[in-house]
Design a protein around this ligand. Structure first.
Ligand code: PLP
Length: 628
């Protein structure tokens, strides 16, 4: 089970079954309910669904909502904390309608609300958060329309809180409030002093993009007083960054935020809510440490630190305990979805079949290289490696000068890689601690070409070096024999992933099984439910993937059912987003075919088949079609 660290990053949702397949236990209340991921894939294949595809386990979302809310409730009770927990889900993390619907449905008993960070997000949030007891938090920079939508929410009797990110928003909001005669609920976002670590550290500190300094908060309070609106100031907000890996930074932020809250209440600001933002991390690499892709704490510990931390300061400062709001997105959604795709080929440095037999007139560099194959076993591996490398270098120079012909340079290349794999295979890694030789494993690693786009499905692995677990979906009871990096099908060399989570370490190149003829090899890229699902770009026009929504379902009919299939973008759809008129394109191709028919180069029936084929490709998938 140490293999691929599944138990570590799987958070109880993913494990390896006795049959060597990944098992999904999507319901935290009943770990007995498990779904065999390979069976889901087989059902998808039998329904003609093409890969790559996003598989969403919506029960996992439900579980995560329950765990977050119930842990807050339990901790609040144990701590005899007087406020309530009224969390919100920040839709920016995954705006997919079904995701938001599931979260709202699962969160209803807890009055769990939504957060918006832009106008379109707010419009979605207003339509999907109808619970008058749940909060709607309006973050991000705002214009008049955004603020007016916030006032509309108040007219609809919603608990809609406009968080002021900069002073001018307050002036605009008060102006609009007077114009419409509607009182807002106001939150103030504090620019925090505590500086978080990791990839999202710039969300805090004095150079942060969002929030008010303490002086600006005090000015805001004066401004509200002057306008007789101080009673509308209800919430203090902070967010020091996403994926907080070190619990100490969280404790610091809670202390600073709670202190500020208490001091403002003492000044007479009638605050009722303290909003601690997002930041609850996900252990993507399974190391439970402070690496950028992990966290050194549990959800229970995070919640305890928040509840007890705020309580202690409020008690010391003798102010009532606020209702607690958190805006966790990543921790709520990361586990529920994955990208499953198939390996469509292997790119190998070594092993190209080629005749290397000597011929009479061959250049001495070719025979020198051949000697390293035969006699190599007597040479020290380092010496053999050095000789092969320098012979290859000289051969390339000679080729450029026109001294070696194509066949000779091809032989040299093939022999060089054969020598390197021989050295590597004979290497006793315990005895040879020579770095160059140790690196041979990486130099020789093949690439498995997988049918997906890193830029669409795993943007953060490319943009900020985030680690995501990549694991074969089956054959996990077989020892993986090769180490590979995973290359995507974009024509971009950055479209590669090669992080392997080995126990508590992340190492380059991923162990995989050898590919079998006529048997698909499906791999899963896990924990893609937060941000990765929705941040993808249109590099190479691959576009959105097909999605299947899976629910567990425990009866004689099986362990799961596919509730919905959302087709991925067709070629026509992505082209249209780039302003192409695909009807016009089809007409142009048809005209060109007709012209060739008239000239007698194409038979009429064949011509019809070609135009139909072009049109079919426009309606088809942007990814490689691998299933029939
Ligand atoms: N709230 C705000 C204001 C944010 O900017 C973010 C994202 O960075 C979040 C909540 C969600 O954070 P996370 O996904 O780390 O929970």
């Amino acid at each position: 089970e140490e293999l691929y660290g599944v138990n570590r990053w799987g958070a109880g949702y993913y494990s390896i079954g006795e049959n060597g397949n990944i098992q999904v236990a999507p319901n935290h209340r009943d770990q007995e309910v498990t779904i065999d991921l390979k069976e889901v894939i087989e059902e998808m294949i039998s329904e003609g669904i093409q890969f790559p595809a996003v598989i969403r386990f919506l029960d996992i979302l439900r579980s995560q909502v329950e765990i977050l809310n119930e842990t807050f409730r339990d901790t609040i009770e144990q701590a005899e904390y007087k406020g309530q927990y009224v969390g919100v889900y920040p839709v920016k993390v995954n705006q997919m309608r079904e995701v938001v619907e599931e979260i709202i449905d699962a969160g209803e008993p807890y009055n769990y609300g939504l957060e918006a960070g832009s106008k379109p997000e707010l419009m979605a949030v207003m339509a999907y958060n109808e619970n008058p007891e749940a909060l709607t938090i309006l973050n991000g920079y705002k214009d008049e329309d955004y603020l007016t939508l916030g006032l509309l929410g108040r007219r609809l009797q919603r608990k809609m809180i406009v968080v002021i990110e900069k002073f001018s928003e307050l002036e605009m909001l008060i102006g609009l409030s007077k114009k419409f005669g509607i009182e807002p609920l106001i939150g103030l976002r504090s620019k925090m002093m505590v500086k978080s670590q990791g990839k999202w550290a710039s969300s805090s500190g004095e150079r942060a993009k969002f929030g008010l300094s303490i002086a600006e908060i005090l000015n805001a309070i004066d401004y509200l007083k002057q306008n007789d609106m101080l009673h509308t100031a209800k919430l203090l907000h902070f967010h020091i960054g996403s994926q907080l890996s070190d619990i100490r930074k969280i404790k610091e932020a809670v202390t600073e935020g709670a202190r500020l809250y208490a001091k403002l209440v003492q000044l007479g600001v009638p605050l009722e809510y303290l909003d601690i933002g997002g930041g609850l991390g996900v252990d993507y690499d399974g190391t439970s440490s402070t690496t950028d892709s992990s966290r050194n704490y549990s959800t229970e510990e995070y919640i305890a630190d928040v509840v007890y931390g705020v309580k202690q300061i409020c008690d010391l400062e003798k102010v009532p305990h606020p209702n607690l709001v958190s805006e966790s997105g990543r921790a709520l959604t990361a586990h529920h979805s994955m990208v499953v795709t198939n390996v469509v080929g292997e790119i190998k440095a070594a092993g190209t079949p080629f005749d290397i037999k000597p011929d009479a007139s061959e250049h001495v560099l070719v025979s020198n290289m051949r000697e390293l194959i035969g006699e190599g076993n007597d040479l020290h591996p380092q010496e053999r490696y050095n000789d092969a490398a320098s012979t290859k270098e000289s051969a390339y120079e000679a080729f450029k000068l026109g001294v070696l012909d194509l066949r000779e340079i091809a032989k040299i290349d093939v022999m060089y890689w054969r020598i390197l794999s021989d050295i590597h295979q004979a290497l006793d890694t315990d005895n040879y601690v020579i770095q160059e030789l140790e690196d041979l494993q990486n130099v020789l690693a093949s690439q498995y070409l997988a049918n997906f786009s890193v830029f669409q499905s795993a943007a953060d692995t490319w943009a900020i070096g985030q680690v995501l677990p990549i694991v074969p979906v089956s054959r996990l009871h077989e020892e993986p024999k090769v180490r590979v990096s995973i290359a995507d099908i974009t024509c971009d060399s950055d479209g590669k992933i090669n992080n392997y989570i080995e126990g508590t370490q992340v190492t380059p190149n991923i162990p995989m099984h050898d590919l079998r003829k006529d048997e698909g090899y499906h791999i899963g890229m896990f924990l893609t439910g937060a941000y990765q699902d929705v941040m993808g770009d249109m590099h190479n026009l691959f576009g959105r993937l097909t999605e299947v929504h899976v629910f567990s379902h425990d009866d004689e009919d099986g362990d799961f059912y596919i509730e919905e299939v959302v087709p991925g973008n067709s070629a026509a759809k992505v082209l249209e987003t780039m302003q192409y008129n695909t009807d016009y394109m089809a007409k142009v191709v048809k005209k060109a075919v007709d012209k060739q028919i008239r000239k007698g180069n194409v038979a009429p029936r064949e011509g019809v088949r070609w135009t139909d084929f072009y049109e079919k490709c426009l309606q088809g998938s942007t990814y490689l079609r691998t299933e029939k």
